[in-house]
Design a protein around this ligand. Structure first.
Ligand SMILES: Cc1ncc(COP(=O)(O)O)c(C=O)c1O
Length: 436
């Protein structure tokens, strides 16, 4: 039996009992369950980096706004599917002041988390043209988006952007768009899992090609404002959260409130459709919807049958938070900066102990410190490394499930780790290094 930090016998037993073939290829939720059980059986607290959940309390302004709305009786009433007017106005002002883009309130919709926004979009975008049946993912990416495609029975293609940064992105993207089969493209920025952030030049390439080939860009801004190398926190003052919306009118933005407002539990997000796309007519939509107009079909043909709108009280919560961000009484970046500070320390602990950062630059700049980072250990692939780290009380996920081609890569999420655990993390990494 090996001498490991966490009781070898118990870990091995729990892995066998879980029925998992390998920890290294398990999904996020499977790893969570396994580690919960090992922690319970051993009494040892793991360094838990597997799940991307907020590690901060919800914005109190939102909580109070929601309680007020509930007390006023909104729970008894169905919300309008397209959202309450105050929220639509708030989203429109928010994107103007924090992204410098003009979108009419009409085209700003609340969704049941950004997850519903993407699901609804995948449904519709695959029906815009009968001859275009494929979504393109610029990977690595969020595995649930692919799961959404699978349950919808929709096709997708993907490529790892690692080797296609900068001008190289143009040719790569164009090779897909030229096939005539791609209706839309999706990426997250900052990127989950790699935390790369596209440069303005890259966003321009994506935007220009989207216009040229009439492809819709879905920009997933789940980590809005969290490239802490720049300060995107001042309403109406540059720099602004970078966006493809400056380079094309073919866009849908998904702005989650889960991370930036730590409001994951109430399941509310924003879907922002460009004014032009919202009003564009696609004749092929008539096969499924009463109207060929994109925005109308999204609201009354897609969001209606999915959930008939978004929680009424959560809409008031989000309205209150946006209002505070807009009038400057709440700083959206300061409240989440702790993630970046933790990442800086954690990355150093890993690299001081022989680990390497996998996605390490944005072309010529070191990658930002944020919600996630990626790491590897020389001579080990991700599966072997994850399997081994569990015995040292460290849990994370493999990049293999994110569409990454970096077979050695692991994603670490900083959100749940508390500074008091840094000492433990350091000891465990040192011990790992000594044993390997
Ligand atoms: C890239 C990305 N998109 C979307 C989501 C889901 O956001 P929401 O909680 O608003 O559904 C997440 C959550 O982790 C994410 O990382």
């Amino acid at each position: 039996m090996k001498r490991t930090l966490i009781d070898y016998k118990i870990v091995a037993e729990k892995i066998t009992a879980s029925g998992l073939k390998s920890v290294g290829t398990a999904s996020i939720r499977e790893i969570k369950k396994l580690v919960d059980e090992i922690e319970k059986a051993t009494g040892e607290k793991f360094i838990r980096m597997e799940m991307g959940i907020p590690g901060l309390p919800s914005e109190i302004i939102g909580v109070e706004g929601q309680i007020d709305a509930l007390k006023k009786g909104v729970a008894a009433k169905y919300p309008d599917i397209h959202g309450i007017p105050e929220l639509k106005e708030g989203i429109s002002q928010f994107v103007k002041l924090f992204m410098d883009i003009e979108v009419n309130p009409e085209c700003c919709l609340p969704t049941v988390g950004s997850m519903q926004g993407s699901f609804a979009s995948f449904l519709m975008l695959s029906r815009l043209y009968h001859h275009r049946d494929t979504t393109l993912f610029i990977d690595p990416g969020f595995p649930v988006h692919k799961q959404q495609h699978r349950v919808l029975g929709r096709k997708f293609e993907s490529f790892d952007v690692y080797n296609y940064r900068g001008e190289k992105l143009r040719e790569k993207l164009e090779s897909y768009f030229k096939t005539g089969l791609i209706h839309s493209v999706l990426y997250s920025n900052p990127n989950n899992p790699s935390w790369i952030c596209f440069t303005e030049d890259e966003l321009k390439i994506i935007g220009e090609l989207a216009t040229k080939y009439n492809v819709i860009v879905m920009e997933d801004l789940a980590y809005f404002g969290m490239d802490f190398r720049k300060d995107y926190s001042k309403p109406g003052v540059p720099p602004y959260q970078p966006t493809v919306a400056h380079y094309t009118n073919n866009y849908i933005l998904f702005i989650s409130s889960s991370k930036v407002f730590s409001y994951a539990g109430e399941r509310i997000g924003m879907m922002v459709i460009s004014n032009q796309l919202y009003h564009t007519r696609f004749e092929d939509l008539l096969q499924y919807y009463p109207s060929s107009q994109f925005g109308y079909a999204m609201v009354f043909g897609t969001l209606y049958p999915l959930s008939s709108g978004t929680s009424h009280s959560a809409q008031y919560a989000l309205t209150a938070m946006l209002k505070a961000a807009i009038n400057g009484s709440f700083n959206i970046v300061e409240s989440v900066r702790a993630y970046g500070k933790k990442a800086k320390v954690m990355k150093k602990l890993f690299t001081d102990n022989g680990f390497e950062i996998v996605y390490d630059t944005d072309i010529d700049q070191p990658i930002a410190d944020g919600f996630y980072f990626t790491f590897s250990y020389p001579g080990m692939d991700a599966e072997a490394l994850l399997n081994e780290l569990v015995y040292y009380g460290i849990s994370a996920i493999s990049l293999l499930i994110t569409g990454s081609e970096r077979l050695e890569g692991i994603r670490a999420c900083t959100s749940l780790i508390q500074p008091e655990q840094f000492g433990d993390l350091e000891d465990r990494l040192k011990r790992f290094k000594a044993d390997h």
